[in-house]
Write a protein that binds this ligand. Structure first.
Ligand SMILES: C[S@@+](CC[C@H](N)C(=O)[O-])C[C@H]1O[C@@H](n2cnc3c(N)ncnc32)[C@H](O)[C@@H]1O
Length: 313
């Protein structure tokens, strides 16, 4: 995810970004919840963070090392004994995959990498992101990705699933503790969430790179989509519209980006299985909220607050 930034401002942004690298590593990886089983001292955290930062320079990478660090943090907080693989959908040259593989090495997990390894597919007519791309954009062959991970990451932790997501993701038959979706198209996001959500463990994290486009992140708040697909309420998304608050200056909105040349957004957003982004309150006498099976509903006749679970049917 990149913003068009006037070349006049680029050096200033670069300087700011570089100067804040150690600070970002320190603050993002500061957590009392990291499982001691991973034996990660402050020095080891700093080394891991610097390696992840350098990887995004050594390998052409379309996502920020800061969001890679946040994913590292969430994985380090997962207890060692809890099951679950890490999944990446969308690897391009393997920059984010190399970084995730380093965290998998520390935490003893496997990284499943899903990509066409032929770039983006042909866009669908109903996909509002499709006009921004061409088929074949972000092409990275499986050999390129393997080579980059071998040089800069931990290839031993990785499994590769080449092909279109709609063909490969139905093969997922294992628990997932963290998924990173960096897939550009709305159609690809839909396919990934549809197939991965059921395998995400309770409390597992699902990250997206595209976080600023309101229509795109709306999937995570769409009551009709979550009801139709999973018979549940939407989970919401932390960082929706702006990205995670990781020391970037971005005020938005997205479609007025040229008005703010120094504003920059490099981070992503995430949701967690078990989180909720579902509005239920209605003032008394203003109708009732449509209900999905087994979930709580609000009532126009009551206080407007949650009522006991509705009976299905
Ligand atoms: C923006 S790139 C990923 C960037 C990478 N995560 C990084 O940080 O450098 C998007 C990737 O998604 C893949 N992709 C998008 N839609 C796909 C689909 N339906 N099936 C397979 N691969 C897809 C493309 O091949 C491309 O490698």
């Amino acid at each position: 995810m990149t913003l068009r930034t006037g070349s006049r401002h680029r050096p200033l942004l670069r300087l700011y970004f570089l100067a804040t690298v150690p600070v970002s590593i320190f603050f993002i990886l500061a957590s009392t919840k990291v499982d001691p089983a991973y034996r990660l001292t402050r020095t080891k955290k700093l080394r891991l963070g610097l390696r992840m930062f350098l990887n995004t320079i050594r390998i052409p990478t379309a996502s920020s090392f800061k969001v890679h660090l946040v994913m590292a943090l969430k994985l380090l907080e997962v207890p060692h004994h809890q099951e679950g693989k890490v999944v990446e959908c969308g690897s391009w040259q393997g920059g984010s995959a190399a970084n995730l593989s380093l965290v998998c090495e520390v935490t003893g997990r496997r990284l499943a990498i899903f990509d066409s390894f032929a770039g983006l597919p042909e866009g669908e007519a109903a996909d509002r992101e499709a006009p921004n791309y061409q088929a074949g954009d972000f092409h990275g062959s499986q050999d390129d990705v393997r080579r980059n991970i071998e040089r800069y990451g931990a290839l031993d932790c990785c499994d590769f699933y080449p092909g279109w997501f709609e063909d490969t993701l139905p093969q997922v038959d294992f628990p997932v503790c963290l998924a990173f979706l960096d897939v550009d198209y709305e159609s690809s996001l839909d396919t990934c969430v549809r197939h991965l959500w059921p395998h995400l463990v309770d409390g597992g994290h699902l990250f997206v790179d595209e976080c600023a486009i309101p229509d795109y992140v709306a999937l995570f708040y769409s009551e009709s989509w979550w009801d139709e697909v999973f018979g549940t309420t939407p989970p919401g998304l932390i960082g929706a519209g702006t990205g995670l608050a990781l020391g970037e200056y971005y005020i938005g909105p997205w479609d007025e980006q040229d008005a703010h040349p120094l504003q920059h957004i490099t981070t992503g957003a995430y949701t967690r299985k078990g989180m909720s982004g579902h509005w239920t309150y209605r003032p008394a006498g203003h109708g009732s909220v449509s209900v999905v099976p087994g979930r709580r509903k609000s009532s126009a006749t009551g206080s407007g607050r949650d009522q006991p679970a509705a009976t299905p049917g």
